[in-house]
Design a protein around this ligand. Structure first.
Ligand code: HEC
Ligand code: HEC
Ligand code: HEC
Ligand code: HEC
Ligand code: HEC
Ligand code: HEC
Length: 391
């Protein structure tokens, strides 16, 4: 490419500002509320799960403790600045909160991009205090794929690879995150109803886990970059303008530009990775002796599970133990109660699923490797009560 041409492209990129909307330009995704009319049991059950609560408006979603300690938790001050723009922020500037089970992070409008950015502190529910959170990427282009439904990249800077424009149809993990876009299903009549929507129960056991693996995974993407120019940590879509549709095999999209440890055969669990992938798996002597490499960070359940005899048996998926919601005459499964349906009572969750995946200081989520010589875990969600929301 001629030099002048590159200059021109950069100039063009500078004048284009990111504009973000909650909407679906292709009108494929309709939103969870639309499903309620006909699937009220599923909808009511989903509303009680953390999938529906992962992104909430500040009002009603912010943790009561974090509000009480906003100025200080007694040792550390609470959030004071926004990470990308560095501007000073107050509690009133917060528009959305992310998380509530293990930790909570805070979103404010990023005036430079039109998207959202994160604050410099996160609230740890186990310690009940503030800890530093330094991520200097926009929320839209570093988090939204796994924390919204119907995410799309609409425009990318061809020189820098930065994501310039994106959208989603709904905040949080809605029905269509696991069932694919619903517009055609809503328009269908009679027998066509069933054919027009994806149900994980109808695909192979391995493909079922892949539906969950789209988000319960850790990877590095060089094909797409954040608004700040860093590699993205998600698989935003098969291509510009498109959106992931549940049931698709995302692992084959652009393998040469993405590192998916444990999923790509040439990216083993035992390797030393860089960047955010550094220290992904436990690779100490204990792990080597057992040939089981537990997740050392959170949102890697898919990568842990792939190593398990459960997965390798070809008979079990995430959905064997977890139901994302109840159905008509179908109670929601309790994951911890599943073990005794196949094993004796010595197979307990606390023994075989130690908390190894770090999510905040001294706070970890459970491994899904199911090794027969488990290590002792650290503290996790079981050591806390239910979240106490403000209002
Ligand atoms: C106007 C009523 C209506 C609405 C609205 C509706 N559905 Fe359905 N849905 C149906 C009917 C009818 C069936 C077929 C039931 C059957 O034949 O067993 C169905 C079946 C399904 C199935 C099972 C498909 C299968 O192959 O097993 C899923 C999953 C589903 N719907 C999800 C959704 C989602 C997600 C939404 C919102 C985007 C939604 N539905 C909105 C009426 C509706
Ligand atoms: C995290 C993924 C996930 C989300 C979110 C989700 N579902 Fe499901 N859904 C599933 C899975 C997995 C099954 C198959 C469960 C089974 O067969 O045990 C299913 C099954 C269904 C079925 C078939 C009947 C049944 O109950 O098994 C319907 C209808 C349905 N979902 C509707 C919805 C609606 C409506 C929403 C939103 C309110 C929703 N789902 C949200 C994963 C999800
Ligand atoms: C679009 C991304 C996405 C998909 C797809 C997804 N999840 Fe999740 N899941 C999340 C996020 C984000 C959270 C964190 C919710 C929170 O703690 O507020 C979560 C939390 C969970 C939890 C813990 C919540 C709790 O109630 O303790 C379980 C279990 C879970 N997911 C299972 C599944 C299963 C099983 C599937 C596939 C059928 C699935 N997820 C598909 C994003 C996703
Ligand atoms: C590849 C998908 C993915 C990406 C990218 C991602 N997350 Fe998550 N996140 C998850 C999943 C899945 C969980 C649930 C925990 C688990 O699975 O271990 C989660 C959990 C969380 C939680 C804790 C929820 C709770 O209830 O305590 C917060 C907070 C969070 N994410 C914020 C973010 C932020 C901020 C970003 C961007 C900087 C981000 N996530 C990027 C998938 C992702
Ligand atoms: C649907 C049946 C089923 C359920 C439910 C189930 N398991 Fe298993 N489990 C198996 C099978 C099958 C194997 C593999 C046996 C083999 O190939 O050696 C296995 C193996 C194991 C192993 C040994 C792995 C090894 O390397 O030898 C552990 C540990 C284990 N399960 C723990 C659990 C725990 C904890 C739970 C509950 C959270 C659970 N299982 C739920 C069927 C099940
Ligand atoms: C053999 C049963 C089993 C299978 C298969 C399974 N899980 Fe779990 N999972 C559990 C149990 C048990 C817990 C702990 C629940 C509790 O403490 O109440 C758990 C916890 C979780 C959590 C919350 C982490 C924590 O520390 O509480 C997430 C997220 C999750 N599972 C996702 C998945 C995903 C994604 C898959 C598939 C890749 C999967 N699980 C497969 C049994 C299972």
């Amino acid at each position: 490419m001629a030099r002048g041409c590159v200059g021109l492209l950069i100039l063009v990129a500078l004048v284009v500002t990111t504009s973000v909307s909650a909407g679906d330009s292709k009108k494929e995704f309709v939103g969870s509320d639309k499903c309620m009319v006909c699937h009220s049991e599923q909808h009511r059950s989903w509303k009680t799960t953390f999938h529906s609560k992962i992104v909430q408006p500040r009002k009603g979603g912010i943790l009561r403790d974090s509000v009480a300690k906003w100025a200080t938790d007694g040792r550390n001050p609470g959030p004071t600045t926004a990470n990308v723009t560095g501007k000073a922020v107050k509690l009133d500037d917060v528009q959305y909160v992310i998380g509530s089970q293990w930790k909570q992070r805070y979103l404010v409008k990023n005036s430079e991009t039109g998207g959202f950015e994160l604050l410099n502190k996160q609230f740890n529910r186990l310690s009940g205090g503030w800890e530093n959170y330094g991520n200097k990427n926009d929320w839209n282009t570093n988090c939204a794929t796994c924390h919204t439904t119907g995410y799309r990249v609409l425009d990318v800077d061809r020189v820098t690879g930065k994501t310039l424009k994106d959208e989603w149809s709904e905040m949080g993990v809605g029905c269509e995150a696991c069932h694919g876009p619903g517009a055609a299903h809503l328009a269908a009549k009679g027998k066509d109803r069933k054919k027009t929507i994806f149900n994980p129960a109808n695909v192979s056991i391995q493909a079922q886990s892949k539906v969950c693996g789209y988000c319960h995974i850790r990877l590095e993407n060089e094909q797409y970059r954040t608004a700040q120019g860093n590699p993205r940590e998600d698989l935003p879509a098969p291509g510009i303008g498109g959106s992931y549709k549940a049931g698709e095999d995302w692992a084959i999209w652009y393998p040469e530009h993405v590192t998916i440890p444990g999923v790509q055969p040439d990216r083993p669990f035992t390797a030393e990775y860089k960047g955010d992938l550094k220290g992904m798996f436990m690779i100490d002597e204990f792990a080597k002796a057992n040939n089981i490499f537990e997740e050392a960070k959170h949102h890697q359940e898919y990568q842990g599970f792939l190593q398990s005899q459960h997965y390798k048996s070809g008979k079990m998926s995430c959905v064997t133990c977890h139901s994302p919601h109840a159905g008509k005459g179908k109670p929601k499964k309790i994951a911890a109660a599943s073990c005794i349906t196949c094993h004796d009572t010595s197979y307990t969750v606390s023994k075989y699923m130690p908390n190894t995946g770090k999510t905040a200081d001294n706070l970890f989520v459970r491994t899904h490797t199911f090794g027969k010589n488990p290590r002792k875990g650290a503290r996790g969600a079981a050591d806390m009560g239910p979240p106490n929301y403000y209002e």
